[in-house]
Design a protein around this ligand. Structure first.
Ligand SMILES: Nc1nc2c(ncn2[C@@H]2O[C@H](COP(=O)(O)OP(=O)(O)OP(=O)(O)O)[C@@H](O)[C@H]2O)c(=O)[nH]1
Ligand SMILES: [Mg+2]
Length: 300
């Protein structure tokens, strides 16, 4: 029988969890950015091989904060552990171990799951590798360590081998041709959000959520051979908290929102087998990050 298991990816914000998920899956499954708290959902990425199937569960960066929004994200990371067979802790060697490491290690002590640690970002010239090795040796001596670069893929082969070894035996949960289970609507909203985050700074990435208002498949006639092609027309709202943030996202003469649209369309056209046309609108939703019903819908 082959292997089949769920692997929770846990670690402080920006440690490279989503980048690693994408590298392991060989596909862009989860959006990434240099801004902490990019991931807000439990995102599944699936690796299918002859030796079995691993379902990776990406989680929001784990950190202490009493703000409601952050509490939701932390609860999501914690609950993901409960549905996992193996934990993959991603440590960021580019930053000295912080209070987040203590928090993650304390959280991991609440489970008896097999755990592995990726010492990530070894491609950078200066790292705190030795300090992480000492910390893990002291606090979690049974954890195997894997120096890797999620960005370049260095070291991820041995890590994947160890994850397959640690996973239980069983039948696959998903068809072998799936690499994620995300609905198209969610993937589109996420890619739009990624492109908007990449073009804004400070509070704007955190104050933003993207919601798909409408999606419609249309037949376009035309093209050189007069073939009919299908297109997906998508209207999405980029919601921010303040008028000033709206102004930033729209940009002078609408230039920034146009760039976001074109860049998102370019990427979406590579992912989907039909053309995507985006219509992006920016809206102000004051204090959305303190509205429980919305947070329950968005952060899951
Ligand atoms: N140099 C280098 N940068 C990396 C590596 N892995 C991730 N990064 C960068 O680190 C930043 C954060 O990466 P993400 O994958 O979004 O991190 P994350 O842990 O998912 O972050 P959150 O979702 O916000 O918790 C991005 O700028 C990545 O390009 C790596 O191996 N080497
Ligand atoms: Mg992430």
């Amino acid at each position: 029988m082959s292997k089949s298991g769920f692997v929770a990816i846990i670690g402080r914000p920006s440690s490279g969890k989503s980048t690693l998920l994408n590298t392991l899956c060989g596909q862009k499954v989860s959006i990434t950015s240099s801004v902490p708290q990019t991931t807000r959902n439990k995102i599944r990425g699936i690796v299918n091989e002859d030796r079995g199937q691993l379902v990776f569960l990406d989680t929001p960066g784990y950190h202490r904060s009493e703000r409601k929004f952050n509490r939701y994200l932390r609860d999501l990371a914690e609950s993901t552990l409960q549905e996992s067979d193996v934990v993959l802790y991603v440590a960021d060697l580019s930053r000295a171990p912080g209070v987040e490491e203590d928090d993650v290690l304390t959280l991991l002590q609440t489970t008896t799951l097999p755990r592995l640690c990726a010492l990530n970002k070894i491609d950078l010239p200066q790292t705190h590798e030795q300090r992480y090795r000492e910390l893990l040796h002291r606090k979690s001596p049974a954890t195997s360590l894997f120096p890797i670069s999620a960005l370049t893929g260095t070291g991820t082969g041995p890590l994947l081998d160890a994850l397959f070894s640690a996973a239980p035996q069983g039948e696959p949960f998903y068809d072998a041709d799936y690499y994620t289970d995300q609905a198209p609507e969610f993937r589109i909203a996420e890619i739009v959000r990624e492109k908007a985050i990449a073009r804004t700074q400070e509070e704007v990435p955190h104050a933003l959520y993207v919601e798909i208002a409408d999606m419609e498949m249309r037949e376009d006639s035309g093209g050189d051979d007069s073939r009919n092609e299908s297109s997906l027309w998508v209207r999405a709202f980029l919601n921010v908290e303040r008028e000033s943030q709206k102004g930033i996202l729209v940009g002078k003469q609408g230039r920034r929102i146009r760039e976001i649209r074109l860049e998102a369309q370019r990427e979406l056209n590579q992912i989907f087998p039909f053309r995507i046309h985006l219509d992006l609108r920016v809206k102000v939703q004051p204090k959305w990050r303190s509205r429980d019903p919305l947070l329950r819908r968005l952060l899951k």
